[in-house]
Design a protein around this ligand. Structure first.
Ligand code: DC
Length: 228
């Protein structure tokens, strides 16, 4: 039987550059990129626009979640995230969504509900998937697992620069660092599928690496681990 192309997982804290790195690695390998955080963001966006009060989110049964038709559609080198027939992009990155996505993603019913769509995306392999639990829960069988980290201040700096298209002042950097630190703490301390380095994952600290260098480091690991 022909072996399917590999799955590569990239997990790590907020602002470690997972999505941009995963996209570049996927492009280099001719694989497809899955940004799993976009699914959690899509549900947050849908709930914010649903009129369902935030206090009720923790008790939403699966049947109610099913009413939001959130799904992944292969589109060239990536998966689009759709809500019904609407392709979601910038609306997933608003401060309102970012502020609420972490508590929502801690809910076991939500994680369970989104699991199948993610696994389906990896069914034929040839996937670079980024998130928090790609290597631990969603694709434990992945051939290559990377845990991407960077110094907190460096991550806050990059996040700010990407979003506001300018460098932050010292107080702005402190505020951004605190937001990221809080989100990491929540993502790492939740009961279900917390952010963890998967067994066998290779840690890549990007604090002092250029973007191009970090992509190369990962490509090297992929080659070493899959061309044996
Ligand atoms: O990677 P991101 O910033 O788009 O992720 C948004 C939130 O979604 C993050 O705070 C935690 C959650 N998330 C998760 O719990 N598991 C994933 N695999 C991906 C994201």
């Amino acid at each position: 039987m022909k072996k399917r192309p590999p799955i590569i997982t990239l997990d790590g804290p907020a602002g470690s550059g997972k999505s941009t790195t995963a996209r570049a690695v996927a492009r280099r390998l001719g694989f497809r990129h899955l940004d799993s955080g976009a699914l959690y963001r899509a549900l947050t966006f849908a709930l914010l626009n649903s009129g369902i009060k935030e206090e009720e989110w923790p008790d939403l049964p699966k049947e109610k979640l099913d009413r939001f038709h959130i799904w992944l559609r292969p589109a060239g080198p990536r998966f689009e995230v759709l809500l019904g027939e609407r392709v979601l992009n910038d609306e997933l990155r608003t401060p309102e969504v970012t502020a609420r996505v972490s508590p929502l993603s801690a809910l076991p019913a939500v994680r369970e509900w989104l699991l199948e769509a993610q696994r389906q995306a990896g069914r034929e392999g040839g996937l670079v998937a980024d998130g928090r639990d790609m290597g631990t829960v969603v694709f434990p069988e992945a051939e290559v697992k990377i845990y991407l980290t960077a110094d907190l201040k460096e991550r806050a700096f990059r996040r700010f620069l990407e979003r506001d298209e300018r460098e932050p002042s010292v107080p702005e950097l402190d505020v951004e660092s605190e937001k990221i630190r809080e989100r990491d703490e929540r993502d790492s301390n939740r009961v279900v599928a917390p952010l963890r380095k998967a067994p066998g994952a290779i840690e890549v600290d990007t604090s002092f690496l250029s973007f191009q260098a970090q992509v190369e480091v990962i490509i090297d690991h992929v080659k070493t681990l899959t061309e044996r």
